[in-house]
Ligand binder design. Structure first.
Ligand SMILES: [Ca+2]
Ligand SMILES: [Ca+2]
Ligand SMILES: [Ca+2]
Ligand SMILES: [Ca+2]
Length: 416
C-alpha cells in the first residue's frame, strides 16, 4: 500500500527529515517550536568511569525533553552519566531563560531516598546523591557559578548522604529525589510537603534562580561533576543528567521570522504549530502571552496546569549500520511514527514539501530502549531514502491528509 503525505511536513513542522545514506549523522531540519527544554549540547567532556563508556553517552539526546519516570526510591534511567570530572553545557537555542519571581529553571538528576521516605518534616532520611556544580551564561563564554558550600560538598562520601548534610548542599544539582509528575513545579528542599511522596514539595529536582548570580537572562546551563568519591563503580559514575526545565522563559525568534502580535512566537509557528492566533498575543486570555506559555511548557490554548509541549524529534543515523535510524527524544506517553520514502519522490509544492509516495510507515513505535528503527530495506545504488519521524503525544494528532485531502491511514505492520 502506498501513502501520500502531501503538505504534511510544513503543517507539522515537528517532523524532521533524515536522508539516508547521503547524510551520515543527518542533522534535523530546524523548526520553530519553543518549549521549556534546551535543544542543543553546546559542549560535553566526559569524565572517567570504571567501566567505559559512560552510561548513555552513545545517545546524549536523552538529556533533552522532560525528566524520565522516577519514584522517590527509584531514580530515573533516562539519564546520561557525565563521569567523574565530566562537564556538559546545554544550550537553549529556541528560547532563553529569564529571571522571574523565584526559581527560573530546574535540573533533574536521579537521586533517590536510600532510607524509607520521610513521613514528617522532622523524620530522618538519607539520599543517594551525586552533586553537580551549576553555572549559567547568557553568551556561552562567561559563566557564573551558582554559589554553594564547598566545605559541605567535600564531605559527600561514597554512599548515601544524610539529611543534615543534604540541607547544606543547596545550590548544587543532584540533591533532591525526583518523582514523576508535573515537572514544572519547583521543589523547595527545605520545605516538607506532607501531601507529596517523600515530602518533596514539588516533583523533585533542584531549582535555581538567575537572581542569585545576577543574570536577567541566560541561554546556557553548565553542569560540572566535582569528581567526588560518590557512586557505585561502573558506567554510571558521576553526575547523571536527566533534564533541564525552564520555569521562566521566552521564545527566541529565528532570523527573518515575523511576529505580528509581538508575543514571541512567529506567525508561522502560531498558524501551523500551536494553532494560536498570530494577531492576538494571549490567545486563551489567561494573562500570559502565547510565547511565554510555549517557552515554559504551558498550553497557550488553555489554562491547564499540566505541562504541554510539541515533541520534537531529531534523527541520527547510527554508525556503522547505515540502516539503523535513531531519534533522540523520549518523553512519557510519547509514541513515534517513522515514515520512509524515496528521495526522488520529494518535491516542493507551494512552499510545502510533498513527500510523494511513502513506502513504509512504522506506526506508534514505543520502543523505549533504542528509539530506533532498523529498516530491512536499503536504497538502490545511486538512490536514497528519506525518513520522517514524528513524535506523537498521547492522544495527539492524526496522520495528516493524503494528496486527495483525505485522512491518511497508516499501514499495518512496520518497516522491519
Ligand atoms: Ca528568578
Ligand atoms: Ca506571534
Ligand atoms: Ca499569538
Ligand atoms: Ca495565554
Amino acid at each position: 500500500m502506498n501513502h501520500f503525505l502531501t503538505a504534511l511536513v510544513r503543517c507539522r513542522a515537528v517532523l524532521v527529515l533524515a536522508i539516508l545514506p547521503l547524510l551520515a549523522n543527518a542533522p534535523a531540519l530546524a523548526d520553530a517550536t519553543s518549549d521549556c527544554f534546551p535543544h542543543r549540547i553546546a559542549s560535553f567532556q566526559v569524565g572517567t568511569v570504571s567501566s567505559p563508556p559512560a552510561f548513555n553517552t552513545w545517545q546524549p539526546g536523552i538529556v533533552f525533553g522532560p525528566p524520565g519516570d522516577a519514584t522517590p526510591t527509584t531514580g530515573s534511567l533516562s539519564v546520561m552519566s557525565l563521569g567523574k570530572g565530566g562537564e556538559i553545557v546545554l544550550e537553549f537555542d529556541e528560547s532563553e531563560i529569564v529571571d522571574g519571581a523565584g526559581p527560573d529553571f530546574i535540573v533533574f538528576e536521579n537521586p533517590f531516598f536510600c532510607t524509607a521516605v520521610p513521613q514528617s518534616a522532622t523524620g530522618p532520611y538519607s539520599v543517594f546523591a551525586e552533586p553537580g556544580i551549576v553555572a549559567v551564561s547568557d553568551d556561552g563564554v562567561n559563566f557564573r557559578t551558582v554559589p554553594f558550600n564547598t566545605a559541605a560538598l567535600s564531605q559527600v562520601g561514597s554512599g548515601c548522604t544524610d539529611k543534615v548534610l543534604l540541607q547544606r548542599l543547596i545550590g548544587l544539582a543532584g540533591i533532591t529525589p525526583n518523582f514523576t509528575g508535573n515537572y514544572t513545579i519547583p521543589d523547595d528542599p527545605l520545605v516538607f510537603d506532607p501531601t507529596a511522596p517523600g515530602g518533596v514539595s514539588g516533583h523533585g529536582g533542584d531549582a535555581f534562580d538567575l537572581a542569585t548570580v545576577g543574570l536577567a537572562h541566560a541561554r546556557f546551563v553548565r553542569i560540572t561533576d566535582p569528581s567526588l568519591p560518590t557512586g557505585i563503580p561502573g558506567s554510571s559514575e558521576g553526575f547523571d543528567l536527566d533534564a533541564v526545565v525552564a520555569l521562566h522563559a521566552r521564545p527566541l525568534l529565528g532570523l527573518g521570522q515575523l511576529d505580528t502580535d509581538g508575543d514571541g512566537l512567529s506567525d508561522e509557528a502560531e498558524a501551523f504549530l500551536y494553532h494560536t492566533d498570530p494577531a492576538r498575543p494571549d490567545t486563551d486570555g489567561d494573562g500570559v502571552p502565547d510565547g511565554e506559555e510555549a517557552a515554559t511548557c504551558r498550553n497557550p490554548l488553555a489554562s491547564d496546569p499540566d505541562p504541554f509541549f510539541l515533541p520534537i524529534v531529531e534523527l541520527e543515523v547510527a554508525q556503522p549500520s547505515p540502516t539503523l535510524l535513531r531519534w533522540n527524544f523520549l518523553g512519557t506517553g510519547v509514541t513515534y511514527d517513522a515514515v520512509r520514502g524515496g528521495v526522488g519522490a520529494l518535491r516542493s509544492v507551494g512552499g510545502m514539501v510533498d513527500l510523494g509516495v511513502v513506502t513504509c510507515i512504522e506506526n506508534d513505535s514505543t520502543d523505549l530502549t533504542t528509539r530506533g528503527l532498523e529498516d530491512a530495506a536499503v536504497p538502490l545504488p545511486g538512490e536514497a531514502f528519506f525518513y520522517a519521524v514524528r513524535a506523537n503525544a498521547a492522544g495527539g494528532f492524526g496522520y495528516g491528509l493524503s494528496s486527495a485531502h483525505e485522512p491518511r491511514v497508516p499501514a499495518s505492520g512496520d518497516c522491519k
